[in-house]
Design a protein around this ligand. Structure first.
Ligand SMILES: Cc1ncc(C[n+]2csc(CCOP(=O)(O)OP(=O)(O)O)c2C)c(N)n1
Length: 511
């Protein structure tokens, strides 16, 4: 017997695959069983890459990491109810940093909403304004089967941003009994479809010339990429590039621009040209607010304008004029900062080689920002919302793209996503979690409140020190565990293969 549910699910998955989508992620559940059977069949035939994870929050962040590293949409499949809600953090991050995700959320038929049916909530609008597109798809029935081809084509186009910015899309798929059947197989449906390459995102020709002089600097925030480097080098301008900008290399990059901004040089800046999304330092935001601002629109982060003072923006910027070499040299005179933390971060950054580096959202990315040398490191960071959640899972997804990963994270960031250490359903990967372990959120020591409230209250409310036995956790989840005592031992540990936690002790009093 053929169930309409299976026929629809097999066709939808086959349509996505025939249009070049390869990376599928699923958590177990009953309502989504037809989709599970279809992806399982195509995975068995080598037509797609399938990852099964128990926890939907881990699942979605793993899918996000894969999509960040590949630029291709990841498909995330869940059952109904709270399973869907668990996708929310990753969906928000994908929305704010334009990562293509296609969510296939199984649901009960609409007539069961609001009447107390088991595992049934209103999944329509659950992600509110975070989606590029949403369709509440009625259940397939013998009399009517939804058009899977156009649903798949539109989902891919909207996720990839062929008309707009990339981001998450949701197909909320209602299913009625019988929820699955052995026929038709997704393989037989796929073999009858023509295959086409994945649609790519929109290309923008818009170009703007910006006059530059000895009062101009270039700021490269998250995902600024090579454009910022090209602009700065062509005009001989100082380049202030965050570690996850993809621009912290070349002859224009300034290591400790933050220190420079605290001195007299800052007063000479009148014009800034911004690429990507700068988020790491207050001096940079202050500089942007006090200058004439020109912005390169970013495929990932759109038009950055935190100071509401952008004079002009375009997709491509070209410098008009040239700064004198003394302007650039004067910025290079500020040395990078150096202490135990920056030595630790430098060892990870300098040893990155061709392995991608994911930097967690906390103190260590700021240490990197003020100290690491210009180098072509493939660095990533979830700067859409700068959450400390889902970082282990994001790292695993990046590793799945093929080149392994190292994640530089704080101890609370590890604990927040400890469930993602669960390796069941994952193949062998090279994933190193390099934990700067200073027992708590040392980033908060930089807040004004650290000086204004009692020390023990500050510790209880902000630092939130932890005493988890990370070695035992590593062993419970089947990860290797190493505890280097020096930077030299850390560099040795970074040569290990497989799933490894590197627990590096840092001072908890002097962050
Ligand atoms: C999901 C989420 N919750 C809370 C925060 C606020 N927050 C920012 S940094 C931080 C502490 C991070 O501590 P840790 O990972 O140990 O890094 P450290 O600052 O010590 O280097 C917290 C709770 C956040 N960014 N994301």
């Amino acid at each position: 017997m053929i169930s309409p549910s299976q026929q629809f699910a097999a066709t939808l998955i086959a349509e996505l695959v025939s249009r070049g989508v390869r990376n599928f992620y699923i958590s177990p559940g009953a309502r989504s069983q037809a989709l599970a059977i279809a992806v399982g069949q195509l995975a068995g035939a080598g037509k797609l890459s399938l990852t099964v994870r128990l926890d939907e929050r881990s699942l979605a962040f793993t899918a996000l990491g894969r999509a960040i590293a590949t630029g291709e949409p990841s498909v995330v499949i869940t059952t109904s109810g709270t399973a869907v809600a668990n996708l929310h953090p990753a969906v928000l991050e994908a929305h704010h940093s334009s990562v293509p995700l296609i969510l296939l959320t199984a649901d009960r038929p609409s007539e069961l909403r609001g009447v107390g049916a088991n595992q049934t909530t209103n999944q329509v609008g659950i992600f509110a304004n975070c989606l590029r597109s949403f369709v509440d798809v009625p259940a397939a029935r013998p009399s009517s089967i939804p058009d899977a081809g156009s649903l798949a084509a539109n989902a891919i186009a909207n996720a990839m941003g062929t008309a707009n910015q990339a981001g998450p899309v949701q197909l909320n798929l209602q299913f009625v009994e019988p929820l699955s059947s052995s026929e038709p197989t997704a393989n037989s449906v796929l073999s009858a479809l023509e295959s086409s390459p994945l649609a790519s995102g929109a290309e923008h020709e818009e170009l703007l010339e910006i006059e530059v002089d000895d009062h101009t600097v270039v700021i490269a925030g998250a995902d600024a990429g090579t454009d910022a480097v090209r602009f700065a080098e062509k005009a001989k301008l100082p380049l202030f590039a965050e570690p996850s900008s993809g621009s912290r290399y070349g002859s224009s990059a300034i290591v400790n621009y933050q220190a420079g901004l605290l001195g007299p040089l800052a007063k000479q800046v009148r014009r800034v040209v911004v690429f990507g999304k700068p988020t790491l330092s207050r001096p940079i935001i202050a500089l942007i607010k006090n200058s004439s601002v020109y912005v390169a629109k970013s495929r990932k982060h759109g038009k950055f304008d935190v100071g509401h003072n952008t004079i002009a923006s375009a997709w491509q910027l070209e410098p008009k004029g040239l700064a004198s070499s003394s302007w650039l040299e004067s910025w290079k005179e500020t040395a990078g900062s150096s202490d135990a933390r920056s030595e630790f971060v430098a060892a990870v950054w300098d040893g990155a080689g061709s392995v991608p580096l994911l930097i967690g959202a906390s103190n260590l990315i700021r240490v990197a920002d003020s100290s690491v040398k210009p180098a072509t490191v493939r660095a990533y960071s979830n700067r859409g919302l700068s959450g400390i959640d889902g970082t282990v899972a994001t790292a695993i997804g990046i590793a799945q793209a093929g080149a392994g990963v190292r994640a530089l994270i704080g101890d609370l960031t590890l604990l927040h996503d400890i469930g993602s250490l669960n390796l069941s359903g994952l193949r062998h990967l090279n994933v190193q979690l390099i934990v700067g372990n200073d027992s708590g959120g040392q980033i908060f020591r930089k807040l004004e409140v650290a000086k204004t409230i009692q020390a023990d209250l500050f510790k209880q409310l902000f630092l939130t020190p932890q005493t988890v036995n990370i070695e035992a956790a590593a062993s419970a989840f089947g990860w290797q565990y190493v505890k280097p005592e020096s930077v030299a031992e850390l560099s040795e540990a970074m040569k290990l293969d497989g799933f490894v936690i590197i627990d590096y002790q840092l001072d908890s009093e002097n962050a």
